[in-house]
Write a protein that binds this ligand. Structure first.
Ligand code: RNT
Ligand code: ZN
Length: 416
């Protein structure tokens, strides 16, 4: 049987549960995922940084890392050719394109004009992040919460500059740019003062967000964390801190599913957040022990996150982005695996008879709900996925890896 025939057979099996597979394919096409540029170069950026600091770390030295704008663009282009549908690119301020070094507090839209041009060429949107790490002014481990006025003010100016850049990107590309703020601020050992740094962070954020920008072009979010590498005892920007800050200031919370306690899940947070705010943003990742940034695989929590997005009828209210960095494997492979997995999880959710199962829950038919939930786990989602790839002009099966391999041999290995 070819892909189309298998699809027709799968479609019948889903129809038996009241699910329309054609509709699922149409819906999936309209869910953009923001692909993080930083997987392409181990979060190094274009400022000549040799090490990554600020509570995060990449490990591995797989050959072929993108060393500059041209190489990163080429790699992104190649990765997109293996990912079905139209997506977005997520940038960090450390990826400014300039012949001469620019201080982070002096960044301007013009330093991102080449990225905007690239996004236009690909027909994709851009998202943005100020970069509060890998910088001498962040060496103390404290930025927006620093007791040092000079340091704090430097980073406040950086935050402001980045919001203007995000607004510019949104305006140029005609699609709202998510400007997400994450800082690694924290302490290695148990603090003597937990309140002070948080009070300073709050005041810094108030200044950064005091400038009113056009909501058609920029939407702001803040990202919390439970702990980071080297800041194990205390993180200034904790979940409670930012959830309250976001609610009171009408900005978005960004939930990174590598940033919570191991049994605390983001899937369960999504419906709660959606009851209180119009939108919520995600960094989809995979935490393993102390690391929060492994490549996204199709595991149970990813499926559960996707189910909540779909069941809450919130595919346009949850802004999905990926966030991980693995330097021990082919970096394009890491992108393609993560992006395709996010899409597979969404497809699985779209093919789930959600209304039917919800009804059983409401009617207390829990045995039947369990029986059906378990049976539908083996329905042929893969056949529908292949049809999606075929319809969107990308390789449907695992042979996409051959393309990555070929690119590795012809391009990446020649970089060193
Ligand atoms: C770090 C945060 C943050 C970064 C990126 C590079 O723990 O998840 O989002 O990964 O901004
Ligand atoms: Zn993140």
């Amino acid at each position: 049987m070819n892909i189309n025939e298998r699809y027709l057979s799968a479609k019948e099996q889903f129809a038996a549960f009241g699910v329309d597979a054609d509709k699922a394919l149409e819906a999936l096409k309209n869910i953009p995922i923001s692909m993080h540029c930083w997987q392409g170069d181990d979060v190094k950026g274009f400022e000549g940084a040799t090490t990554l600091s600020g509570g995060i770390q990449t490990t591995g030295n797989y050959p072929g890392r993108a060393r500059n704008f041209e190489e990163l663009k080429a790699d992104i282009r190649k990765a997109f050719s293996l990912i079905p549908g139209k997506h977005r690119i997520n940038l960090h301020a450390s990826y400014a394109v300039s012949d001469t070094p620019v201080e982070r507090d002096a960044l301007e839209p013009k330093h991102f004009a080449p990225w905007v041009e690239f996004a236009k060429e690909l027909g994709v949107g851009l998202d943005f992040n100020p970069t509060f790490f890998s910088h001498p002014m962040a060496d103390s481990g404290l930025t927006l919460s620093s007791p040092d006025d000079e340091i704090r003010n430097y980073w406040i100016r950086h935050g402001k500059a980045c919001r203007r850049i995000a607004e510019y990107m949104g305006k140029e590309l005609g699609t709202t740019c998510l400007c997400n703020l994450w800082i690694g601020d924290g302490l290695k050992d148990v603090p003597a003062d937990r309140l002070g740094p948080r009070a300073r962070l709050k005041a810094s954020l108030d200044e950064i967000y005091s400038e009113k920008l056009d909501p058609r072009y920029i939407v702001d979010s803040v990202e919390s964390k439970v702990f980071g590498i080297g800041v194990e005892a205390y993180t200034v920007g904790s979940h409670e801190f930012y959830m309250n800050y976001a609610a009171k200031n009408n900005i978005l919370c960004l939930l990174d599913n590598g940033h919570y306690h191991p049994t605390e899940v983001v899937s369960d947070k999504i419906p709660s957040m959606l009851l209180f705010s119009d939108k919520v943003a995600l960094h989809v990742t995979r935490g393993i022990r102390w690391d929060s940034d492994h490549v996204v695989v199709l595991d149970d929590e990813l499926k559960e996150i996707a189910k909540e997005i779909v069941r809450c009828d919130a595919t346009d209210r949850v802004l999905i982005g990926l966030d991980y960095f693995d330097a021990s494997i082919n970096r394009l492979c890491a992108w393609v695996v993560g992006m395709r997995n996010m899409q597979k999880a969404l497809l699985g959710a779209l093919l789930t008879p959600n209304a039917f199962l919800k009804n059983m829950q409401d009617e207390g038919r829990f045995s039947e709900k369990m029986a059906i939930t378990e049976e539908i786990k083996t329905l042929p989602v893969g056949d529908v996925w292949k049809k999606f790839c075929l319809d969107n002009g990308v390789i449907a099966d695992e042979s996409w890896f051959k393309v990555v391999e070929e690119y590795e041999n012809e391009v990446l290995l020649k970089r060193n």
